[in-house]
Design a protein around this ligand. Structure first.
Ligand SMILES: [Zn+2]
Length: 89
């Protein structure tokens, strides 16, 4: 089974089965707390939903956040320039 150490650069997309709360969790801090040998199957059941506080009621997905993880977490919206000018005729 997947060890935290093998996905140290990734994030976990956590979804609460109770309230539907979804969040991205970096793997690095988990490793610092639990060690490189900790397995996902051991870690995930101990996660607590930060919204409804339900424990062990989450599903997870490993997601790769390349480069700066901030980009994905920040959720920047790009503004598209509005077309100006008029049509006549
Ligand atoms: Zn929840």
């Amino acid at each position: 089974m997947t060890k935290l150490g093998s996905i140290s650069g990734n994030h976990l997309s956590i979804t609460c089965k109770v309230c539907g709360y979804n969040t991205l969790l970096a793997v690095k801090p988990l490793i610092e707390r639990l060690g490189w040998e900790a397995r996902l199957t051991d870690v995930v059941p101990n996660l607590r939903c930060s919204s409804c506080k339900a424990k062990g009621q989450v599903t997870f997905q490993i997601v790769f956040v390349g480069g700066s993880g901030e980009a994905l977490l920040g959720g920047k919206a790009t503004k598209e320039p509005k077309p100006t000018g008029r049509l006549s005729g």
